[in-house]
Design a protein around this ligand. Structure first.
Ligand code: T3D
Length: 244
């Protein structure tokens, strides 16, 4: 899935936000889709909200805009029953940065940059950024990046644990394809239960998390993919998972 407004550095206007929601829903409903890759066209991943789309002179209704445009994207990214790989192909700013961080695995090309641009225009970070970033890199680093609005290189983002990996330009497309293909061949239900367990761990105590793992393991253990995984292991062959 490619954010495709390159002349605006793939800034989000309402129609791109709604289209992304539609496309995520379409992937959810399509059994042939076993993994989603989100990237951008041109030199940016996304520069966040299209600042030219805010109505001049009038006070924008941010609650409505966030309710309708952005929050559904983040909820979909966290509930879609397919793993989502974000391939950050260039600068990711504001909502663009935080939509990336809401994906399951984030990789970036070495020339990419991450900017919590919100404070520079008098806004607060949204799209779940205040939830995900401190959990990824710690409260102190997250606070500083969000208050100061520093541009972080992809290499630095990898070092901090903000993203999984940073790749040189020449190897980026191949690495993205390989990770996506790997995700598409894995036991999908187990991956989605893993995401859910990790997400719930932010609010659960250990006892609650142990109970949740027990429940989710039972679900995973009743999939055809589990049977296939064990059979393949015992037969010393590669498993063929179907996502069922
Ligand atoms: O409304 C709501 O629902 C609230 C939600 C808000 C969520 C948000 O995302 S708020 C944050 C919005 N985003 C920003 O504040 C980022 C603004 N952009 C930048 O800081 C920089 O452009 C970048 C760091 C992303 C990239 O810098 P650089 O030097 O590589 O490029 P540039 O020269 O600044 O930008 C190139 C062009 O893209 C330029 O247009 P021009 O001069 O060539 O005609 C620039 O104006 C345009 N552009 C960049 N970002 C946006 C944009 N146009 C509209 N909206 C943008 N966000």
């Amino acid at each position: 899935m490619t954010l495709n407004r390159p002349d605006k550095l793939n800034a989000f206007n309402r129609s791109m936000a709604l289209e992304l929601q539609d496309q995520l829903l379409a992937c959810e409903e399509n059994d042939d889709v076993r993994a989603v890759v989100l990237t951008g066209s041109g030199r940016a991943f996304s520069s966040g909200q299209d600042l030219t789309e805010l109505p001049p002179g009038s006070l924008p209704d941010f609650e409505k805009a966030i309710d309708e445009n952005y929050n559904p994207i983040i909820r979909l990214l966290k509930t879609i029953r397919k793993p989502v790989l974000c391939a950050v192909n260039g600068v990711a700013a504001g909502a663009g940065a935080n939509i990336a961080l809401a994906c399951d695995i984030v990789v970036a090309v070495s020339s990419a940059q991450f900017v919590q641009a919100f404070s520079k225009i008098g806004l607060i970070p949204d799209c779940g950024g205040t939830f995900f970033l401190p959990r990824l890199i710690g409260l102190q680093k997250a606070t500083a990046l969000m208050m100061l609005g520093d541009k972080i290189s992809a290499a630095e983002a990898e070092r901090m644990g903000m993203i999984y990996a940073c790749f040189e330009e020449s190897e980026f497309p191949d690495k993205v394809t390989r990770i996506a293909q790997t995700l598409a061949k894995l036991p999908t239900t187990a991956l989605i239960l893993t995401r859910k367990a990790l997400l719930e761990s932010s609010t659960n105590n250990l006892e609650q998390q142990l109970e949740l793992e027990k429940k989710f393991q039972d679900k995973a253990g009743h999939t055809r993919d589990f049977a296939e995984g064990v059979t393949a292991f015992l037969q010393k062959r590669l498993p063929v998972f179907t996502g069922r």
